[in-house]
Design a protein around this ligand. Structure first.
Ligand SMILES: Nc1ncnc2c1ncn2[C@@H]1O[C@H](COP(=O)(O)OP(=O)(O)OP(=O)(O)O)[C@@H](O)[C@H]1O
Ligand SMILES: [Mg+2]
Length: 233
């Protein structure tokens, strides 16, 4: 398989209402290779969330072409988009989005239980244990999310995002709800994952965290402003 995970060619997004057209993204060209760590930053309203939604197949572009692992995902039905999203994308949100009623173990196991072919209980237990180990949370497997600190909850959310071995992790302001110490720990986990080969694309307001990425993209008024290293084609 090619080592290109994400390729966007001339992607645009226009939001239309009765009176107004908003050009949220224009002429976006991005290539993300296996093992890359890309940050996307820029002022409020520049299009970061719109771009992440399109990258994660939560929304469709108005124009241009988008490929994930060489597969054209530009014009998919909702069902097809959901299927590719579940198998190829791991999401990490600002607000953790864990299920309070489920244990840490069951939260992390959830994406495996939604797979078309559900692994055996033994396989699930092994993979969940691996992912909890990766984020340093093996000792909290039986806890409920509300018994954990914010930083610990975010590390559980990272384990959940990883469990089904996605092509790429899409991360939206991962430290937005955390104090700086917990935020730093979460960023350390992401850095370690990337060192081990996980491909990451992260939206952040924090210039310190944007600097940790190998490739830093800055958006202004829906267009990529600076492209210092290898992420753009
Ligand atoms: N559903 C929508 N309908 C109409 N306009 C929208 C919609 N979503 C976003 N926009 C517009 O698109 C532009 C980009 O919005 P977006 O949410 O991507 O910005 P952002 O960079 O994520 O901002 P922030 O840092 O504040 O989260 C803005 O002008 C916004 O008003
Ligand atoms: Mg946003």
């Amino acid at each position: 398989m090619s080592d290109i995970k994400i390729k966007m060619n001339n992607i645009s997004k226009v939001f239309e209402t009765d009176e107004l057209e908003t050009h949220a993204l224009q002429n976006i060209n991005i290539t993300i290779k296996a093992g890359d760590y890309v940050s996307i930053s820029g002022p409020s309203g520049c299009g970061k969330s719109t771009l992440l939604s399109i990258l994660g197949l939560l929304d469709m572009p108005s124009g241009g072409e988008y490929e994930i692992e060489g597969v054209n995902v530009t014009d998919l039905s909702l069902d097809q988009a959901a299927e590719i999203r579940n198998s190829k994308i791991g999401f990490i949100f600002q607000s953790f989005n864990l299920i309070d009623e489920l244990s840490v173990f069951d939260n992390v196991a959830l994406p495996l239980r939604y797979k078309a072919k559900v692994p055996s209980d033994k396989e699930i237990a092994t993979r969940v244990a691996e992912c909890l180990e990766l984020v340093g949370m093996s000792h909290r497997s039986s806890h409920k999310p509300n018994q954990l600190s914010g930083g610990q909850q975010q590390r559980i959310a990272i384990a959940r995002a990883l469990v089904a071995k996605p092509a790429i992790l899409l991360v939206d302001e991962p430290t937005g709800n955390l104090d700086s110490k917990s935020g730093d720990q979460v960023m350390d986990v992401l850095e370690k994952l990337n060192d081990n080969g996980t491909t990451i694309c992260m939206v952040t307001h924090d210039p310190r965290y944007a600097d940790m990425a190998k490739t830093q993209l800055r958006l202004l008024d829906g267009a990529i402003l600076t492209t210092p290293r290898l992420a753009t084609a």
